[in-house]
Structures are given as structure tokens and as C-alpha cells.
Design a protein around this ligand. Structure first.
Ligand SMILES: Nc1nc(=O)c2c([nH]1)NC[C@@H]1CN(c3ccc(C(=O)N[C@@H](CCC(=O)O)C(=O)O)cc3)C=[N+]21
Length: 309
């Protein structure tokens, strides 16, 4: 059974999946892999993070990524560009990072300012250094089942790991993903398909999202709407993964600047078998997988055996 979760507190109380603890373990493993790469091959994996603009939340998030990168013994290169940076200038930076041998992974923080075409930027990143797994080459590899040669998007991969830990074999389970984004919903569907789930992607035009969810053994909520998935949408005993990170405004009812997911947690935990909290669920997993992807990228670029994932 899962170590990274607390036991049910009583009848009608779901297991709370401890993503923070799971991510810490994962980062511990990454740190050992980094040590081994340094000792055996003289390679220090390096991650470059590019931030355009001075959005406060993005800066906090980028700083925490950089701190965790150095904590596991990797090099962190941070590039903060002014909000008025032109597309050409950003593309030039990406090309320089592509050819920098010290940089094994590149992450360009999204969303980008409106005057920059983010698709063009992502597709300029060398697919081998695309640790977000957003490049069309990586999306294509995931879609064709060539998962062992792809970079897998961090958030879906983190969700898959929590589900594997919680459920073991997922063959034949019904999974409903709420949300169809390129960065979470679509790759999540591919990963659950690879787990032999029966996968449904629900979205804004789905006729009856609640009914779709009620049939599901696994619900992954990734719509970016606070508390969108209600408790009575959940089948008793189902596993609920909440990808949403929504900061409520202090003036909203019950707001107080509180962080909430895409699931009405207090309702859903009465019904679900297991559920991820926000914060402390999927978010920390995203960062841990990002670091793991950077080690994988460094190994592939150096032509040395990569750690099993
Ligand atoms: N190219 C790109 N790749 C990304 O992966 C990416 C991005 N752009 N843009 C922004 C989003 C957001 N994101 C988060 C990851 C972890 C937490 C996280 O660890 N959250 C903590 C708490 C955070 C808090 O307290 O504010 C938690 O959920 O427990 C949050 C947000 C990655 N993103």
C-alpha cells in the first residue's frame, strides 16, 4: 500500500494522498542520481528557466523551482526578461540555450505575454531539452506510445505516479479527465490509456459532465475553475486527482486569498476512496518530475544509461 498517504480517518473519509511527501522521496532519488552522474561521468545536469515579465506569482514559483534544482545538486540558470521583450529576442535566447552544453533542460514559463507566439517559442526548444514535454515531437511520441523516448509533461506524469502508488494496476478502470489542455488534459489521457484505462475527456461542451464523472473510477480535474467538480459527481470509493491551483481573491466569499483546487475538496473527500489536496498534492509532484526529467535529458544527451522511471 501507499506510504505517502494518511489512513482514512473514519467511514466516509477518503485517504488524503500526500503529494508533498511523495515528491520529497522522488527528489531524494533524483539527488542520488545526480551524485552518481557527477561521480561516474563528470556530468552536472543543468536546468534553465526563462521567465518573461514580472508577474508576482510566477516569480515566486520560479524561485522555488530554482531552489529545489540546486537542492538536488543540479545547476540552475535563471533568465528573467522584461515584459516588453520581443519574440525574436526570446527565440535567440532559446537557441543559445539549445547549444549550451551546460544546459540539459529548458523551461519557458507559461503563459507568455500576448505579443509572443508561445507555440513558436516551444517549437524552437530542442526536443531533447524540452523538460516540460510540450514540443510537438514529444507530444507525438507520447501519442504514438513511444513513451521511453519522449519527455513526458511533468504534471500528468506526477498524477500518473500518484495513481500508480494508490491503485497499482489500472487496467480496465474508467478514467474521466475534466479539461482538454495540451499541457495537462491531453497528455494525461495518453498516459492513462497507456495504463489500459478506458479514458474519457470531458470539457465545456460535454453534455453532462457530472454523469460522466459519476461513472469514473478515476477523476482527474484540470479545468482551472475553483471547486468545479462537486462531491455528488464522485462515485463512492473513486480516486480523485486535483490538478487545479486557484488563488481565491480575499474579497470572495470564503476567499481570504485561499488556494483551492478544481474539486470541492470538503464535499469530495466524504465520498472518494482517495483524493489529492491543494496545496500539497499534485503541485509538488510537478516540480519533482521536472527535476527527474532534467536528469533523464542529461543522460540522453551524454549517451549514458538513464535511470528507470
Ligand atoms: N512551462 C511551464 N511549465 C510549468 O510546469 C508551469 C508553467 N510553465 N507555468 C505555471 C505553472 C504552474 N506550475 C506549478 C507547479 C507547482 C506548484 C506547486 O508546487 N504548488 C504548491 C503550493 C504553491 C503555493 O502555496 O502557492 C502546492 O500545490 O502544494 C504550483 C504551480 C507549473 N507551471
Amino acid at each position: 500500500m501507499s506510504q505517502a498517504s494518511t489512513s482514512p480517518a473514519g467511514a466516509g473519509q477518503a485517504t488524503i494522498i500526500d503529494g508533498k511527501a511523495f515528491a520529497e522521496k522522488l527528489r531524494g532519488g533524483v539527488a542520488r542520481q545526480v551524485d552518481a552522474l557527477k561521480a561516474r561521468h563528470g556530468i552536472t545536469p543543468g536546468l534553465a528557466v526563462v521567465l518573461v515579465g514580472e508577474d508576482a506569482a510566477s516569480q515566486v514559483y520560479v524561485r522555488s523551482k530554482s531552489k529545489k534544482t540546486t537542492e538536488v545538486g543540479m545547476q540552475s540558470f535563471q533568465h528573467t526578461l522584461p515584459v516588453e521583450t520581443g519574440e525574436d529576442e526570446l527565440l535567440d535566447l532559446v537557441r543559445r540555450l539549445n547549444s549550451d552544453p551546460q544546459v540539459h533542460g529548458i523551461l519557458v514559463q507559461l503563459p507568455l505575454p500576448k505579443h509572443i507566439d508561445s507555440e513558436k517559442v516551444i517549437d524552437t526548444i530542442d526536443p531533447a531539452k524540452d523538460v516540460d514535454g510540450f514540443h510537438v515531437v514529444n507530444a507525438g511520441r507520447i501519442a504514438t506510445g513511444a513513451l521511453d523516448r519522449a519527455m513526458i509533461p511533468c504534471t500528468p506524469r506526477g498524477c500518473q505516479m500518484l495513481l500508480q502508488d494508490q491503485l497499482g494496476d489500472m487496467s480496465g478502470k474508467r478514467a474521466v479527465i475534466v479539461g482538454r489542455s495540451n499541457i495537462v488534459g491531453k497528455p494525461m489521457a495518453q498516459l492513462l490509456l497507456a495504463e489500459n484505462c478506458t479514458v474519457t475527456i470531458a470539457h465545456s461542451r460535454t453534455r453532462d459532465i457530472a454523469a460522466e464523472c459519476r461513472d469514473a473510477d478515476i477523476v482527474v480535474a484540470a479545468v482551472g475553475k475553483p471547486e468545479f467538480v462537486r462531491g455528488d459527481w464522485i462515485k463512492p470509493g473513486a480516486t480523485v486527482i486535483d490538478v487545479g491551483i486557484n488563488r481565491l481573491e480575499p474579497e470572495e466569499p470564503g476567499g481570504k486569498g485561499r488556494l483551492v483546487g478544481d474539486v470541492a475538496f470538503d464535499e469530495a473527500k466524504q465520498v472518494a476512496g482517495a483524493i489529492t489536496p491543494v496545496p500539497g498534492g499534485v503541485g509538488p509532484m510537478t516540480i519533482a518530475v521536472l527535476l527527474a526529467n532534467t536528469v533523464t535529458a542529461a543522460c540522453r544527451q551524454a549517451g549514458v544509461e538513464e535511470p528507470a522511471r
